[in-house]
Design a protein around this ligand. Structure first.
Ligand code: FDA
Length: 310
């Protein structure tokens, strides 16, 4: 892993840095590179552009670690507004939503788990009415058991609900086995949080090896794997494994983040693969931006320049 990854992720927890960075307008180049805007309108417009290019989309209303019930409610309302807007623009068959449970109450003291479940159910209902689906993002390792238990509950009524698993965790290969059943949509990513050695592989090579083992389990299984990576090697290995396991395009999909390797996104879509782009939007772009910078410290100079020139 990059030497700068850990310090950047630690900085992302600093309130002072957050205050300084949050004064950047969303129009600052470094922000718009990863986040198309702060409003529902901006998110839907970005979706329409990508759908026109033959891509599918999943949208994330930014926000996480909410300790405020009113904010959790506002996030649920934002998702409902978005889902309605997607349906009205005729985009719901190509665009779903991704939800962080910590943004809808999971971290609230006391009843957090229950509140997040009820809020997620509310969003799943709106998604179904709009004609689309929900995928639950995965956050730091302390939240995983709660998130997977909420997933199990939601899937009783909304079996189309997707999950995310992070290959950097020691437990994930087993979680992949448990979730590789028919109809189960599982997004496999490497993992973006700063996790301790006791739970996560620290070396990039070990994370990549784990990613490949997890890919094998998911592609050989009965579910619908969603291969979320920008790593050219992982994309290539996933394609070969898909043919080895007799998977046709459409029985799995590739996913990448908005603004990262856009040409490769279009290439994969043009080759007949389903390629879904994850679009984050909203005012709370700080934590998301810092995780992207931690993955790509080369962008740090560009980032510091936007701060200085503001
Ligand atoms: P890796 O970081 O090894 O990068 C491989 C290559 O991709 C790089 O060499 C570079 O070419 C390119 N690249 C990567 N990042 C770049 C950047 N920021 N700018 C430009 N180029 C870049 N994580 C999580 O913990 N929970 C979640 O719920 C999700 N959800 C999610 C959804 C989707 C659709 C994606 C694609 C990713 C996530 N992630 C996530 C993030 C994921 O865990 C991971 O942090 C990033 O995808 C980066 O890992 P890569 O697999 O791309 O490989």
């Amino acid at each position: 892993m990059s030497l700068l990854r850990q310090p950047i992720l630690l900085l992302s927890r600093s309130e002072q840095v957050k205050k300084l960075v949050s004064t950047l307008p969303v129009s600052a180049g470094i922000v718009t590179g990863y986040v198309p805007g702060e409003t529902t309108q901006a998110a839907v417009d970005a979706t329409a552009r990508l759908v026109d290019d033959g891509l599918a989309v999943t949208l994330d209303f930014l926000g996480e670690d909410t300790l405020d019930q009113a904010q959790a409610d506002a996030t649920v309302a934002a998702y409902k507004e978005l889902l309605q807007a997607l349906a009205q623009r005729g985009l719901a068959s190509r665009a779903e939503v991704s939800v962080k449970l910590s943004a809808i109450g999971q971290a609230l003291p006391g009843d957090g788990h229950k509140i997040a479940l009820e809020n997620a159910r509310d969003i799943c209902r709106s998604a179904r009415n709009a004609g689309t689906t929900v995928t639950l993002d995965m956050e730091d390792h302390t939240t995983i058991d709660s998130t997977l238990s909420i997933l199990r509950e939601l899937r009783k009524d909304f079996p189309e609900t997707g999950a995310v698993l992070q290959a950097y965790l020691h437990r994930t290969e087993a979680d992949c086995r448990a979730l590789a059943y028919e109809g189960s949509r599982v997004r496999l990513c490497k993992g973006a949080y700063n996790e301790p050695e006791s739970v996560a592989f620290q070396d990039k090579l070990d994370v990549d090896k784990s990613y490949v083992r997890c890919l094998k389990v998911l592609l050989a299984g009965q579910g619908y794997p969603m291969i979320a990576t920008h790593d050219p090697r992982m994309v290539q290995i996933a394609s070969s494994l898909a043919s080895r396991y007799g998977r046709r395009p459409g029985t799995y999909e590739f996913q990448m983040l908005y603004g990262i390797r856009p040409e490769e996104q279009k290439r994969l879509a043009a080759s007949g693969e389903t390629m879904r782009v994850y679009i984050p939007y909203g005012q709370e772009w700080y934590g998301y931006l810092m995780r992207r910078l931690a993955e790509r410290p080369q962008n740090l100079t560009f980032f510091l320049r936007s701060l200085i020139s503001k």
